[in-house]
Design a protein around this ligand. Structure first.
Ligand code: 5GP
Length: 179
């Protein structure tokens, strides 16, 4: 797998340090509240698992799985919910936890969808942000890292379901997805 990665963008220690900071920030911002973390499967699974352990509040976790129609390395914004939340989020403080915001189409769909369920508040936490590729603005409140426009894998992010278990975020060799 290592040979398919051309550059390690964020090593394991760097990711861990930043995730801890984000957890501390959320703990501070949501003091006295009991937020629901909505993990967007599968990409945000590893990020959510680490993040929630740095939030010192009585949080709950829920999961949503989506599949987005698009070519190999970009999304179309046409999103299908393949697993919905288990519980109602009405009147809850909800934090959407997503792996990456690229065009912004996926998150803007999710935001509209979850907003329609009348949460008390709704915010977005992403590990990675590729601002160069943005097509629609999304209000990201918590952001791990801004990264350049490369296709990245690892720490939950895949290409064709592979590489999610890499402990770092790395740039995939274009030969792998052009093949
Ligand atoms: P958007 O709708 O913002 O363009 O894309 C968001 C989704 O596209 C992410 O949830 C992720 O599934 C996928 N995506 C965007 N950029 C990357 C990337 O660099 N690597 C991987 N593995 N997935 C990406």
């Amino acid at each position: 797998m290592l040979e398919d990665v051309q550059q390690i963008l964020l090593d394991q220690e760097t990711v861990a340090r930043r995730v801890k900071e984000l957890g501390a920030q959320i703990t501070e911002d949501y003091a006295g509240r009991e937020p629901v973390l909505v993990c967007i499967l599968k990409g945000a699974a590893l990020f959510t698992a680490d993040l929630c352990r740095h939030i010192d509040l009585p949080i709950s976790l829920d999961f949503m799985a989506i599949s987005s129609y698009g070519s190999g390395t970009s999304s179309s914004g046409v999103v299908r919910i393949t697993k919905d939340l288990d519980s109602s989020i009405e009147n809850k403080d909800v934090i959407i936890v997503e792996d990456i915001v690229d065009s912004g189409l996926t998150l803007s769909y999710l935001l509209a969808n979850l907003k329609s369920r009348h949460p008390a508040s709704l915010s977005i936490c992403v590990l990675l942000d590729k601002p160069e590729r943005r097509e629609v603005e999304v209000p990201v409140r918590y952001r791990g890292f801004e990264i350049p426009d490369h296709f990245v894998v690892g720490y939950g992010l895949d290409y064709a379901e592979k590489y999610r278990n890499l402990p770092y975020v790395g740039v995939l060799r274009p030969e792998v997805y052009m093949a």
